[in-house]
Design a protein around this ligand. Sequence first.
Ligand code: ADP
Ligand code: MG
Length: 273
Amino acid sequence: MARIVIYGKGGIGKSTVAASLSVVYAMKGLKVLHVGCDPKHDSAASLVPGGLVETFLQKHRRVAGIRDLPPLTAEDILARGRHGIECVEAGGPEPGFGCAGRGIALMLEAFEGLDLLGSGRHDVAIFDALGDIVCGGFAAPMRKGFAELAVVLVSEELMSLYAANNLARSIRAYAGDGARLAGLVVNLRDPEADKAKPERFAKLLGTRILGFVPRDPAVREAENARAVTAVELVPSSPFAKSLRSLAETLLKIRRQDCPVPTPMDDEAFRGDW
Ligand code: ADP
Ligand code: MG
């Protein structure tokens, strides 16, 4: 089973890429589990008819107060999306209240209890994680064998590389039994941008670039059309092509072939490279 977690700065395109990967795999006939870990719970919006799934935390709260109720089953937790993709959104507290990582931690506990990832129910699991804040909760998908490959999305913008460098530190810290850094995916903001900078950055991190994703109006078209991804709406688009290629690349990567990353310290990051 391929278990891939997508990290990166907020707004970089994680959910767009994660949902598209899930669709590409499902359309190949693979059984896909799509896990949204962002408290915003918008990861599966393009995958389920109607766009909204009740989050794990909402379900958990609904049944938590009721005594003598059997624990949640996989069927309770998973929403059936298009192409047979099984979706779950961790959810989170009301903005400004409580710890946003709590939903993820509880959801992953439930996965363990149900042996969801070991049950053979899915061929691929895609975790759409959160980028900037790498508290224990957000790092959870890369720990304890949930995801085995981490993909970090960056753009040509320095702050996205800064976030990626911090994520690489987290990945290095959990290298023992955690996810390995499969590489970076560059989702370019500006089609004219200098690709050499993210390439130099990848080299310094001891990793590689898995692919460049072009800025593509098909992505917005799909967003506006609701409950569809760009890979389905415009299969001939440059975005769709790059995602199909990325999906193939990822399936060939083995955890044991991915080196532990070599993130820069803050001073080196601020330096000239
Ligand atoms: P994240 O999940 O990392 O916060 P999103 O996937 O929600 O980011 O993307 C943020 C915005 O950027 C969305 O409106 C999305 O449509 C847009 N976007 C992301 N990647 C592309 C792309 N390659 N081409 C065009 N728009 C994109
Ligand atoms: Mg997102």
